[in-house]
Design a protein around this ligand. Structure first.
Ligand code: TXA
Ligand code: MG
Length: 339
């Protein structure tokens, strides 16, 4: 367990980072903070090391990982070409919460890409992540540092809750900022395709490179997603979560569930927090500021488990801007239970 204040760059913090980096170069897995969520990192060029990530998380082996780099020059070792559109995106959004998919080179460990001929790469915008990646001097494959199926970790406590004893350690850099995972965009296609909505919105991407396609599965849940990881249920609390379109309905549903003797939770926002008579009220930021909702969402979902909620009703959010990513995660947490 290494603690590194992201504001502080001194001898002591450098020593902590150096030690964590040493474990990664030795072929072990270490969790670390990024601006989106905590990642579980291993040397992306070391097949044995990468396998340990899948073991620790209980992750299905057909679900590829994102490779993290500290410097653009590292791209040349990983990908065969960087298309013009991708260069523009890199210039605008790196470092930042945008993952780009390219045709891969052979040096990338096979299990990183789950056998695909493409590789996902991103450059995190977090001082501790950058310092760690520089100290490793190898590209670092890292999924979110949660047990498969659970909400992604936004604090070192979340990581330890899920993975204590299964990994050599975690670099504690405090709470993450964005709170949702990066946007995933496939740039290996003629027209880029959005696979996962995230910290960088579709509108922001299109302002830089013009229109992009969207994986039809993001709109029609019955369709098979183009990105392997998007087919799995995710972010799910232990209680049954229902995503409710109309807020007024939640009061009614809460009453019914209480009458049935269930311990009821509601996921709401500061604006509406006093409108429900549920057993567990989890307030995730302010509706008028969707960044604050994204930032608080995963901790909120984990809170329902700590409070033993058996049935959970979640408010809906507008389907534009960051609201698209928030709704995507809630739809997955609900596993299709939409009222
Ligand atoms: O913000 C993030 O992206 C965090 C932090 C740690 O960087 N990482 C993260 O990783 O969310 P993970 O493994 O939870 O999600 C990676 C997603 C999955 O949906 C996976 O299917 C997709 O990226 N992916 C990775 N490589 C791919 C590829 N070659 N083709 C299509 N999808 C890919
Ligand atoms: Mg994940």
């Amino acid at each position: 367990y290494w603690t590194v204040d992201k504001q502080v760059d001194n001898k002591e913090s450098s020593a902590q980072i150096k030690e964590a980096a040493m474990w990664i170069t030795k072929g072990e897995v270490v969790a670390f903070p990024t601006e989106t969520v905590y990642g579980l990192g291993a040397n992306a060029l070391d097949e044995q090391a990468v396998r340990k990530i899948f073991e620790a998380k209980g992750r299905p082996s057909d679900n590829p990982l994102i490779v993290h780099i500290a410097d653009q020059s590292q791209l040349t070792d990983l990908v065969t070409e960087v298309p013009e559109l991708a260069k523009k995106l890199i210039e605008h959004f790196w470092p930042g919460p945008l993952t780009l998919i390219f045709k891969k080179k052979a040096a990338v460990a096979k299990s990183v890409t789950a056998g695909l001929d493409t590789v996902a790469v991103r450059m995190p915008d977090h001082p501790v992540a950058s310092r760690l990646l520089k100290a490793c001097a190898v590209p670092v494959a890292a999924p979110s540092a949660n047990l498969s199926g659970k909400p992604s970790p936004t604090s070192a406590e979340h990581v330890l809750h899920d993975l204590n004893g299964r990994i050599v350690g975690v670099v504690d850099g405090g709470q993450t900022g964005v709170g949702l995972e990066s946007t995933v965009l496939d740039c290996s296609k003629q027209v880029p395709v959005l696979y996962r909505p995230g910290g960088v919105t579709k509108e922001e991407i299109e302002a830089v490179i013009g229109e992009v396609k969207v994986d039809p599965a993001l709109r029609t849940p019955d369709e098979a997603p183009m990105s392997p990881g998007m087919k799995y249920t995710h972010y799910a609390p232990s209680g049954a979560l229902f995503l409710v379109r109309e807020r007024e309905q939640i009061r009614q549903l809460v009453k019914q569930a209480k009458a049935e003797g269930k311990r009821v939770g509601v996921l709401t926002t500061e604006e509406n927090a006093t409108s429900y008579e549920a057993d567990v009220i989890v307030t995730c930021g302010r509706r008028e500021n969707l960044s604050s909702v994204a930032n608080a969402l995963y901790d909120g979902l984990r809170l329902f488990d700590r409070e033993g909620a058996e049935i959970i009703y979640a408010e809906s959010f507008p389907c534009s801007g960051l609201g698209i990513a928030i709704m995507n995660r809630l739809e997955k947490a609900a596993g299709g239970k939409i009222v």
